[in-house]
Design a protein around this ligand. Structure first.
Ligand code: GRG
Length: 309
């Protein structure tokens, strides 16, 4: 799809149309996720897994994985199983995060949360099922054009990003910090680097590894993704204050109600926006050596600060 203002331009002159790109990528990711988990016996668990997996969302993580693989010379087909896996992992983390034992949320992606529909036990199992299948999918569905040592690296990277060194570690410090007003910037940054940035980093780095990125390029991709990851969470904290529940698809203003320490509560909204913008600029600087093929990753980085949900 070509943007109206690009119609008279050669492909070289045309500006990158991020919205059309995201829409097209969301569509192919949705189709792959839909196909990945059909409903079989015992139906209840597959229905519960699909309920959250196919509930919408920006699909930023699989899109980042595919975009990085393409930028590094790979194809969509090579990275699609890993892209589906990161979205399954992200979805399971949302299901578990929403449980009464954790954030206790009623709405997610504009719909009732998984446990509100299926009950706590099935919601926990749906998360577990998605997590397990994510790894199975990478290991068994990645095409033979991707050397097996790369697949192994992807499995290891994903495992590390999710466990106590990543999401789980960030979540546990977040839960521990609840109700405390003396949380330092260092602790807050630890939480978000682990809870949010670690998975975004894995998406980008795994896309690069699948395409055969060199260790030096993997380092660049790591710095790009760590910067966008932290910026993503700063913007998330700002949106919790400035956006509506309808825009977010989940309860707005939760951080304020819970008196949670966030970047805006430490720095104020304007300063937080400036910090997020600086992180995005640092991220984009890492992409310079990749030239024009880096256009999608650059545009996605800017989208992170301009988004309203
Ligand atoms: C991964 C083993 C394992 C356990 C999960 C519950 C938990 C441990 C971690 C919590 C992780 C969490 C929910 C982090 C928040 C990340 C975040 C900013 C989510 C919102 O992402 P968006 O805006 O959502 O991309 P959509 O719906 O668009 O996909």
């Amino acid at each position: 799809m070509v943007a109206a203002d690009n119609l008279q331009k050669t492909p070289q002159e045309a500006t990158f149309n991020l919205l059309a790109y995201l829409k097209e990528r969301q569509k192919i990711c949705e189709a792959a996720l839909d196909k990945a988990i059909p409903i079989i016996y015992p139906e209840k668990i597959y229905e519960s897994m699909r309920y959250s997996l196919l509930a919408g969302g920006k699909r930023l993580r699989p899109i980042l994985c595919l975009a990085t693989c393409e930028m590094m010379g790979g194809t969509i087909e090579m990275a699609m199983p890993a892209a589906c896996a990161v979205e399954m992992i992200h979805t399971m983390s949302l299901i578990h995060d929403d449980l009464p034992a954790m954030d206790n949320d009623d709405y997610r992606r504009g719909k009732l949360t998984n446990h509100k529909i299926y009950g706590d036990a099935v919601a926990i199992l749906a998360g577990d099922g998605l997590l397990a299948y994510a790894f199975e999918m990478v290991a068994t569905q990645t095409p033979d054009s991707v050397p097996k040592d790369r697949v192994l690296q992807v499995v290891a990277r994903l495992g590390r990003a999710l466990g106590a060194a990543g999401l789980v570690g960030g979540q546990v410090v977040d839960l521990d910090s609840e109700g405390k007003l003396d949380i330092s910037l260092e602790t807050l940054t630890f939480i978000h680097n682990h809870k949010t940035a670690a998975l975004l980093e894995a998406c980008v780095v795994c896309g690069g590894i699948i395409a055969g990125a060199s260790p030096e390029d993997v380092q660049r991709l790591t710095r790009y993704s760590q910067n966008i990851g932290l910026a993503f969470q700063i913007v998330d904290d700002i949106l919790d204050i400035t956006a509506t529940t309808e825009q977010l698809g989940k309860s707005a203003g939760k951080d304020l109600t819970a008196k949670k320490v966030t970047y805006p509560s430490l720095w104020g909204i304007e300063e937080s926006r400036t910090k997020a913008q600086q992180l995005i600029e640092a991220a984009c600087a890492e992409l310079k050596p990749f030239g024009k093929p880096a256009q999608p990753l650059e545009a996605i980085a800017h989208f992170i600060t301009s988004r309203n949900n």
